[in-house]
Design a protein around this ligand. Structure first.
Ligand code: GDP
Length: 467
């Protein structure tokens, strides 16, 4: 890190107090890691640590020693990792103490550090300091939370890409160029009586189009980003006794839903999830789609309609032993009308002759299945992944997973469209400047160049303590 950056980071670090929190999950583990950050970190920990003199240790070193209580009794043998400003997570002096995992020891060490002058950190406060001290922008700080919460390969990769810069750099560069135009136009306003044009409208138009082209795939990617973050909601629909519960059990490989021989006994919506090739599918097993004959069943049907609307993918199950070939299309009509991607399964093939199955396959593009014996399950899992990937973005594309970013990108897009219109209609500089300022504002919201305290509190309070 060069000297001037170092100085500017030091000048920026606006926090006077030193904070402490457990960084590992609460409860008993092999070790617990306690994180301390702030100006007094090193002398403060040095007071309770017996081993090397921490004030004389180099940055990025680990020292072995003991932590002792006021009465000098040994509380624990620990390792102390030292990170000096500015090359630490928060850019402040940071120490991480690895203790044995006893919650008693951990609490005692934290109490000791507080008694020496630190205070307990608020949720997300380490990451908030990293952001305010200029180590990350806001989108990157939020990616830290996503990375910690990631449960499958896609979530992890998307969060990691964003944490390492992702779309932030590109947005910041485009924003800087737009700031330049905004200031040129503001300058024109100062000289309004002389009718000069500092900002070339053709160049401005070109830049605005470039930004719109950059934002468009990001905005589009949100649908996919949401899928990565929250899973693909899948509804399994079909008439009672078609085998929906059996299919769900076969997919999840265990007895989650109640399988019953009495028609319409799956009264509640049962949700469960399954990860295939890094994509999480959330299955919603539902009551039958037929006309309701009693109130409890009616409740189930209502929920089904609701779930159909929420689904990203519908699996429709036909009982091939019961269904009539020429009625299937009528049954499917309300589902096709939703426009949601659909997989139609012909179930209970084990009860059909080869000839009967051939007839079905000739008339309907169904996936043959015998859910009871799990025949066709492997093919279904493959098809689920293919269906979802079909209309999705390329693997190396930047993906927006955060709805706050999405909302800001949409608003930027709207403001930029107004700028384009203003250029075409040759409106006066002050209106143009206003539209550009609006676009700059929303673009700055994504990376945190424009923030409010409320927004920051809201974002960081969702983190755990110790992050
Ligand atoms: P749901 O009402 O759609 O949830 O249907 P269930 O999963 O409760 O299944 C209704 C009945 O069909 C049960 O007796 C299942 O054992 C049976 N069943 C489900 N799938 C198959 C299959 O592939 N072959 C056969 N022979 N029976 C099945």
């Amino acid at each position: 890190m060069n000297e001037s950056l170092e100085i500017s980071l030091k000048l920026q670090n606006p926090f006077n107090d030193t904070i402490v929190a457990l960084a590992t999950p609460p409860g008993v583990g092999a070790i617990g890691v306690i994180r301390v950050s702030g100006k007094e970190t090193i002398p403060l920990v040095n007071e309770i640590f017996y081993g090397k003199d921490l004030t004389k240790c180099e940055s990025h070193t680990i020292s072995y020693g003991t932590i002792r209580t006021e009465k000098e009794t040994i509380l624990d043998e620990v390792l102390v990792s030292l990170f000096k400003t500015p090359t630490s997570y928060t850019t402040e002096d940071v120490i991480e103490i690895s203790t044995h995992g006893s919650s008693y020891i951990i609490q005692k060490v934290i109490d000791l550090i507080i008694s020496k002058g630190a205070r307990l950190a608020k949720p997300g406060e380490f990451t908030q300091r990293a952001f305010i001290n200029g180590r990350f922008d806001l989108a990157q700080a939020e990616a830290v939370a996503d990375l910690i919460a990631s449960e499958n390969a896609s979530m992890q990769q998307t969060a990691m890409r964003q944490m390492r810069g992702g779309f932030s750099d590109e947005i910041k560069k485009l924003r800087e160029r737009l700031v330049h135009f905004a200031s040129m136009i503001e300058l024109e306003l100062d000289f309004s009586e002389e009718d000069v044009e500092f900002a070339d409208r053709k160049d401005l138009e070109k830049l605005v189009k470039e930004i719109l082209d950059t934002l468009s795939p990001l905005i589009q990617s949100f649908k996919w980003g949401n899928v990565i973050k929250n899973g693909v909601p899948v509804v399994i629909a079909g008439k009672p006794n078609a085998g929906k519960s059996t299919l769900l059990n076969a997919l999840l490989n265990e007895q989650r839903a109640i399988v019953s021989e009495i028609a319409g006994t799956t009264r509640d919506v049962i949700e469960d999830q399954l990860t295939i090739e890094g994509i999480t599918f959330r299955f919603m097993d539902t009551a039958g789609l037929r006309e309701a004959s009693d109130t409890i069943e009616a409740l189930g049907v209502e929920k089904t309609q609701q779930k159909l609307k929420e689904a990203s993918l519908i699996i429709y199950l036909i009982d091939l032993t019961e269904a009539h070939m020429d009625e299937v299309n009528d049954d499917l009509r309300p589902i096709l009308e939703t426009g949601t991607p659909l997989i139609v399964i012909g179930n209970k093939t084990d009860l059909l002759s080869e000839h009967q199955l051939d007839e079905w396959m000739k008339h309907h593009p169904i996936l043959p299945m015998a859910a009871k014996s799990k025949e066709g399950i492997v093919e279904l899992k493959q098809l689920l992944v293919t269906k979802i990937k079909e209309d999705q973005v390329a693997a190396d594309q930047t993906i927006v997973t955060n709805s706050r970013h999405y909302q800001s990108l949409i608003k930027t897009d709207e403001a930029l469209m107004k700028v384009l219109l203003a250029i075409t209609e040759n409106v006066s500089g002050d209106f143009l400047a206003q539209d550009i300022r609006e676009a700059l504002h929303h673009l700055g919201e994504v990376t945190g160049q424009v923030t409010t305290d409320d927004l920051l509190d809201n974002i960081f309070s969702k983190f755990c303590i110790g992050k």
